[in-house]
Write a protein that binds this ligand. Structure first.
Ligand code: P53
Length: 484
């Protein structure tokens, strides 16, 4: 029996993407390589966990620039949105999307970061995309930096630990806002700002030689501080424009205590503070919270601030919260059983099922999260990513019968409507993703999230043609009927 869900009339339903995962055309119209385009594809059997990146040496990176080893770099090719955007945007419209979340590749606008003048060719591409969205009646949400910092900034300035990068970033962000404020109402300065500490650590060298390592993770709170400051500058600048709003974006790792053992409950509370709420606290409440100051002291982490930084943070909280929500996990003092993921191993929850990537499906966890964030911050909420990645193949009818995706979306939509009934101010949702893309974490095409199937394999072999999955038609119907 179909069930009708209730959502506000003007609820912003849509889909989310990121430049490095869709555009391709890595060397077209003056674009530089991004740090993500330096990461070669690695077969699943050779992947241990997050990715190949930890094993990249400095020499590997230099070889990558010219691709001396003939390796495959998936994020250089994406799904060729650069040339197919009209077709894709038309399909998004057909699926019933009202808002399209996308990101701009910094390296198209300022290839080295430190140029005086912006690259007009890069701006032209995005203007064309935004015009197309407008023509199709799609609202746009732009992520200014979705992990893909230009590699020259990493090479020449050492990345975000260098304070100069704030100015380079702000110059870039200002150009986007000046050029596109009439097309783009919603702006997110950074994607999943809480993952910045991981991303920047990819390129740190260890003492013994030239291997990259995750061990210096503490140092990257400095990178993070610079990103916080860069973000507040965008918030401050955007106040000049009446028609735009700036929000934050956090990878929302929803966690529960493994059981009711107070030791585990306390452990979860503490982890939740530093791993998640800390980020929202800084960006919404405008200051480093008390527990983070204690944490930095205890762990001997020193963050260099300049005079004025605290005031900038205080004066410029973001106007709305967005977050990605894919799964939940459990926390225990003594690590318990883990999910069998080939990307991440997470604390297992005996009540939940996991995908092949070890991501535990938890729709009620979304309602829980919405309640938690609304209660703590009381600013409007927007789910900027949510979806399910699976191995998929076209069947002989040139479609994919992705009932599991329909089920995943329906169950999450239901919990969203319940959260709204609870009293939460949730104003929109962009699924990850309307169309198959290159995976962020594992660089593969095989982990497919789309309503639309894209005929490329992990090596970018295929026609690139687009095919509607069963979920495409389901989503379209849901947009008209609100029925699951
Ligand atoms: P992929 C890890 C955990 C949660 C969200 O991820 C994450 C990641 C990084 O992999 O990233 C977001 O493609 C990110 C998107 C990404 C999506 O989740 O690894 O904002 O760029 O594609 C899904 O399966």
């Amino acid at each position: 029996m179909a069930k009708k869900l209730e959502f506000p009339k003007n609820f912003l339903w849509g889909g989310a993407t990121a430049a490095s995962q869709i555009e391709g055309a890595y060397d077209v119209d003056g674009k530089s390589l991004s740090i993500l385009e330096m990461i070669p594809f690695m077969e699943l059997k050779d992947r241990k966990d997050l990715s190949a990146t930890r094993k990249l040496t400095k020499q590997d990176l230099l070889d990558s620039i010219e691709n001396k080893k003939g390796l495959h770099y998936p994020k250089r090719y994406g799904i060729d949105f650069y040339h197919r955007y009209k077709e894709d945007i038309a399909l998004f419209k057909e699926a019933g999307l009202k808002i399209f979340r996308m990101s701009v590749a910094w390296g198209r606008i300022f290839p080295n970061g430190d140029e005086k003048e912006q690259n007009q060719k890069g701006l032209e591409f995005y203007r064309n995309v935004f015009k197309e969205c407008k023509a199709q009646g799609l609202e746009v949400m732009v992520t200014i930096n979705h992990f893909d910092t230009p590699f020259p900034i990493m090479q020449n300035y050492g990345g975000w630990k260098n304070r100069k990068v704030i100015d380079m970033y702000f110059k870039y962000a200002k150009v986007l806002i000046d050029e596109f404020n009439e097309y783009v109402k919603y702006w997110l300065p950074f994607n999943e700002i809480n993952l910045a500490v991981l991303i920047s650590a990819f390129f740190v060298e260890d003492k013994s030689g030239n291997k990259t390592t995750f061990e210096k993770i503490n140092e990257s709170y400095q990178d993070l501080h610079h990103q916080f400051i860069a973000q507040t500058k965008v918030v401050e600048y955007a106040k000049k424009f009446k028609n735009i709003q700036v929000g934050c974006m956090v990878a929302n790792s929803t966690t529960y205590a493994l059981d009711c053992n107070p030791v585990n409950v306390f452990e979860n509370q503490q982890k939740e503070l530093m791993k998640k709420l800390f980020y929202y606290d800084v960006m919404i409440k405008g200051e480093y919270p008390w527990y983070s100051i204690k944490y930095f002291e205890d762990n001997n982490i020193k963050i260099l601030k300049e005079p004025g930084d605290d005031q900038l943070l205080k004066n410029n909280p973001v106007e709305f919260i967005t977050f990605s929500y894919y799964m939940s996990s459990t926390i225990a003092k003594e690590e318990g059983e883990l999910t069998e993921g080939n990307l991440m191993k997470l604390g297992k929850n005996p009540f939940l099922e996991a995908t092949e990537w070890g991501w535990q499906i938890d729709p009620i966890g979304l309602r829980y999260t919405l309640n938690q964030l609304w209660d703590r911050y009381h600013v409007p909420l927007f789910i900027s990513e949510n979806g399910i990645g699976m191995l998929e193949k076209l069947n002989n009818k040139n479609t994919v019968e992705d009932d599991y995706r329909i089920d995943y979306l329906a169950r999450h939509f239901e919990q969203m409507s319940l959260a709204i009934k609870d009293g939460v101010n949730l104003f929109g949702y962009t699924m990850w993703t309307p169309i198959d893309v290159v995976s962020a974490g594992s660089n593969e095409m095989s982990k497919r999230y789309g309503l639309i199937y894209v005929d490329y394999d992990d090596y970018h072999k295929g026609t690139g043609n687009r095919f509607k999955k069963k979920s495409f038609n389901w989503f379209k119907k849901f947009m008209n009927t609100s029925e699951i």
